[in-house]
Structure formats: C-alpha cells, structure tokens
Design a binder for this molecule. Sequence first.
Ligand SMILES: Cc1ncc(COP(=O)(O)O)c(C=O)c1O
Length: 397
Amino acid sequence: MKFASRASRVAGSATLAVLKAAAALRAKGVDVVDFGPGEPDFPTPAFVKRAAIDAIESDFTKYTDSSGTPELREAIASRYLTEWNAPYTAGEVVVTAGGKQALHTACLALFEEGDDVLIPAPYWVSFPEMVTLSGARSVFVPTSAASGFRLTAADVARAATPATRGLIVNTPNNPTGAVMEPSEVEAVVRLAASRGWTVLFDECYDRLVFEGRHVSAASLAREFLDTVLVVGTLSKTYAMTGWRVGFALGPKPLIDLMGRIVGHATSNVCSITQQAAVAALTRHGEARAAVDGMFAEYARRREFLIPALNALEGVTCVSPGGTFYAFPDVSAHYGRTLGGHEITGSESLAEALLETVAVAVTPGIAFGEDRCVRISFATSRERLEEGISRLARVLAR
Ligand SMILES: Cc1ncc(COP(=O)(O)O)c(C=O)c1O
C-alpha cells in the first residue's frame, strides 16, 4: 500500500508510547509509579455528569449544529466577555472535539505548503505534527530554563523567517509549566499583527496557574481581532478529557471556515457532551467548588514535588507557574550507566527508570528538549512521594 507523503511524515505520539510501556509493566503485576499522565486524576464533577444523564434521558441525542449548539457557543462567548472583556459573539465561537481538534482545524484553515509556522520549544508534541499535516513547515523558537522557559516577543522575532505565516503559543505551557508575562503576550500579538501573522493561543491550562498571572490573548481581541485565535478546552479544568470538548474563538471568517471543516470531518461534538459542557460553564457555584478543590490539591502536590526534585542528585527543576507538569533537567546523568543501561539522553533515561525502579516519566525529546523529562503531578501525593523516593535511590551515585 502506498501512503500519502503527508501522512508518512507524521510521527506517533511519544507521550502515548510511555503510557503504553508503563501499562504493559503494570499488566505484568509491577507496581509502576506513573508520572506520565497528561490528564487530571480526578473524576468529572457530579453535576456535570448529571447534566449528561439528563441530556440522554430527555433524548438530546441527535446531530447538532456542526459548530456547536447555540447555547454552548453563547456560554463560551459569555465567559470570555466576563473574564477578559472579549468582544466575541456566539457566531465567533466554534465547538470542537477537544482543544486538539480546534488547533488541528485552525492549522488546516490557515497554513499550507510553502508557509512557515513558528513553534516555541519546548512544545506540546502535537503542534509540529499538526503543522506538518497542513503542509507547512515548523520553525522552532528556542526558550531556555535560564528564563524559566517563558517566551518573549524578542525570542519570536529572532526566529522569524520570510515565509512565516503564523505562530502557536501555549501558555500555561505543556511541558514546562511556564506562564508568559502579560506584557509579552501583548508584545507577541503586536509583533504578529505588524507582520501579518495569525497567532494561535493554546490556553488549555488557563485555570491551572499557581504562580505569576495568566492573561488570555482574548483580552486583546478588541484591538487585534484578526490576529488572534484563542483555543480552550474543558478537558483539564473540569477533568473531562474523555468527553472531548474544546473550542476556539476568533474572527468570524476563520471560525466559519473551521466550522465547515469540522462539519465535514466529524460533524458536531457529541450532543450529550455539549449539554454537560453547558452545565460546567454556566453553573458557576458548583463549578467553582469542584475546580477549586482540584486546584488546591494540585497546588499542594506542586509544593511538595518541586523542592523534592531539586533535592535529587543531578536534577534541577524550574518552578512551573502553571499546569500539572514539572520539567526537570536531568542531563547531569547523561554518560552514566544506570541498572545496566547506558544513559545517552532523555529516552534512554526514561527507559532505565521504568525498568530499574518502575517509574514512568516522559522523555523531554518528545517536546524538543532532550536535557529534560516531564513529570506529571496529576497523581496522588502518596504516589508522588513513592516515585521521588525511588528516583532518589536510583539517581544517587
Ligand atoms: C498543550 C495542550 N494543548 C491542547 C491539548 C488538548 O487537549 P484536549 O484535546 O483534550 O482539549 C493538550 C492535551 O494534553 C495539551 O497539553
């Protein structure tokens, strides 16, 4: 069988590979400490589940508008108006199967062969693949641990090429946890507007900010409507990863085009999920109680984890301002042999950690930074403590 060159260029998901290897070990009865997960370890809040059950029982089970139900689009627009004074109407919102489909669809709508798309590194694994699927080329914008991996407009300007058409910014950032300075969010948008680029702002972790201040690019939409596309999701905030609901807000011609693509690709997001999403976004009291509870627990884990990582031999970790990830530099161990494994980079270290002490981490190379590994703290405090003590044992010289 001959495959399209577009498809053959797409890589598999390295984050899934670790989950798979960890699952295989667990199936053999090994007690694996899994620092891999990219999703909350909490259940979806009960009132959200109830809304879905109500949707089923009232037969809300047919196709909806492919861009999302009017009620859900209105709820999303209303949230961004209240929180960021953003001017979007319901018609400037498209509902998608997670933030992922919003980003992928935006790339298809905006980029093509001959275009360059800037991607700050370290980056979420799917960004370069989405750009590849659009036919365009990824150009990476390095950020460093020394500046807390916080992207600046100057970084972006340095990396720009004559063929640059767009930029994908992720703040708070997976995998680094970096939260951009509000002044830099504005500077990046101004730079993009001056060059005629479109900036995709992936703000999927906007509610998970512990340190610093997240400012949505939506707050600049009154002045820069045509420059900015804001992408969000219910996956992380409301522990709804499996429900598949996210969204994008942007200029109407782009949102209409994305809605058309979604309509031909997948039709609408599951009708039941959309009713659950309306509940999550509009039943403010219940939502706040549920989200605050999860946030407080992530915050406690982070307070334990970051100093504990820094106390490990040969490990340095910048403090993640947001998300539930830490991204420690472990490169001091490269060149060693651990449990019979020669450590040459983040992948061989991850393999050695899994095989010697049954701790699963995601190799940083998947995110474009081979000196680091990603550690998710979407796992209980007890498991974090157990994982850290195993790491301390294996990393001590
Ligand atoms: C940076 C980032 N963007 C977007 C997503 C997409 O999540 P979803 O499609 O579940 O909304 C993820 C999920 O891991 C992510 O880490």
